[in-house]
Design a protein around this ligand. Structure first.
Ligand code: NAP
Length: 255
C-alpha cells in the first residue's frame, strides 16, 4: 500500500524551475528540493542564494544560465538537464516579468517583452520538456504559474493580463493534448505575494492599503505559501488532476 508521505515524495525526480534566483521561483525550488527532487534552476545569472538554501536543506541544485526572452536556448535547457541529471520529470514555468503603463500609452516593446517571457517561452519550454517526457516514457508534471490576472482584468498591465490569461488557457489546452501521454499540466495562480514583482504596489501606500484590505487572509502572500501547492501538483498525489489552475491567494478570488 502506498503511504501518504510516499504520494508526495519527489525523491529521484528532476525538476526544472525557471526564474529560481528569487521570489516565488526560489520558494518553489526549495520546496521541491525539500520533497526530494533535484533542482535545475534556469536563470539569466547566478542563483547563488537559491543554491545555498537548497544545499543547506540537503538538496541538489544544478544551475543553467539562459535568457527566456528568446526561445533559442529552450531545447538546450532540456538537453543539458537530461545530460546532467538523466531526465526531466517536472517543469515549473515560473519566470515572469511585468510592465505597467496605461493601455493608451502601452508600447509594443512592453507588449512583446512580457508576452515573450511569460507565455511564448513557457509554451516552447513545455513543448521541449514534453517531447523528452514522452520519449523516455516516464511522463511528467508541468506546473505553469498563472495569476489573479488570469481571471481578472487589472489596470495598467495590458501585456501581463493577456499573457497570464493565456497561461490559464494554455494549461487547459496542453492538458487535453498530453493527459493521455502521462503528463499532468496544471497551474498555480498566486494571489498578491511580497516579491520584486509587486514592490511598486507595496511601496504605493494607497494601492498597498487597497490590496491588503481586499485579501481575506489579511496579509500579502510569501514564497513559502506556494510550497504545498507546487509539491502537490508535481507529485503522484496529483496523478488524476489535469488542466486546473489552483489559486493560492489568501481568499482574494472568493471576495
Ligand atoms: P520576481 O521576484 O520578479 O521573480 C521573477 C523571476 O523570473 C526572477 O528570478 C527573474 O530573474 C526571472 N526572469 C525574468 N525574466 C527572465 C528571463 N528573461 N530569463 C530568465 N529568467 C527571467 O517575481 P515573482 O513574484 O517571484 O514572480 C514569479 C512568477 O509568479 C512570475 O511568473 C509572476 O508573474 C508570477 N506571479 C507573481 C505574483 C506576485 O504577487 N508576486 C502574483 C501572481 C503571479 P532575474 O532575477 O534575473 O530578473
Amino acid at each position: 500500500m502506498t503511504t501518504m508521505s510516499a504520494l508526495f515524495d519527489l525523491s529521484g525526480k528532476v525538476a526544472i524551475v525557471t526564474g529560481s534566483r528569487t521570489g516565488l521561483g526560489q520558494g518553489m525550488a526549495l520546496a521541491l528540493a525539500q520533497a526530494g527532487a533535484r533542482i535545475v534552476g534556469v536563470d539569466r545569472g547566478a542563483a547563488s542564494e537559491t543554491a545555498e538554501l537548497i544545499g543547506a536543506a540537503g538538496g541538489q541544485f544544478h544551475p543553467i544560465v539562459a535568457d527566456l526572452s528568446a526561445t533559442a536556448a529552450l531545447g538546450d535547457i532540456v538537453e543539458q538537464t537530461v545530460k546532467t541529471c538523466g531526465a526531466v520529470d517536472i517543469l515549473v514555468n515560473n519566470a515572469g516579468i511585468i510592465r505597467r503603463a496605461d493601455a493608451l500609452e502601452f508600447t509594443e516593446a512592453d507588449w512583446d517583452e512580457v508576452l515573450n517571457v511569460n507565455l511564448k517561452s513557457a509554451f516552447f519550454l513545455a513543448q521541449a520538456c514534453a517531447r523528452s517526457m514522452i520519449e523516455t516514457g516516464r511522463g511528467g508534471k508541468i506546473v505553469n504559474i498563472a495569476s489573479m490576472l488570469s481571471y481578472q482584468g487589472g489596470v495598467r498591465v495590458a501585456s501581463y493580463t493577456s499573457a497570464k490569461s493565456g497561461v490559464m488557457g494554455l494549461t487547459r489546452l496542453l492538458c487535453c493534448e498530453w493527459a493521455a501521454r502521462g503528463i499532468n499540466v496544471n497551474a498555480i495562480a498566486p494571489g498578491y505575494m511580497a516579491t520584486n514583482n509587486t514592490q511598486a504596489l507595496r511601496e504605493d501606500a494607497d494601492r498597498n492599503a487597497q490590496i491588503l484590505g481586499r485579501i481575506p487572509a489579511g496579509r500579502w502572500g510569501r514564497p513559502s505559501d506556494l510550497a504545498g501547492a507546487v509539491v502537490f501538483l508535481a507529485s503522484a498525489a496529483a496523478d488524476y488532476i489535469h488542466g486546473v489552475t489552483l489559486p493560492v491567494d489568501g481568499g482574494w478570488l472568493a471576495r
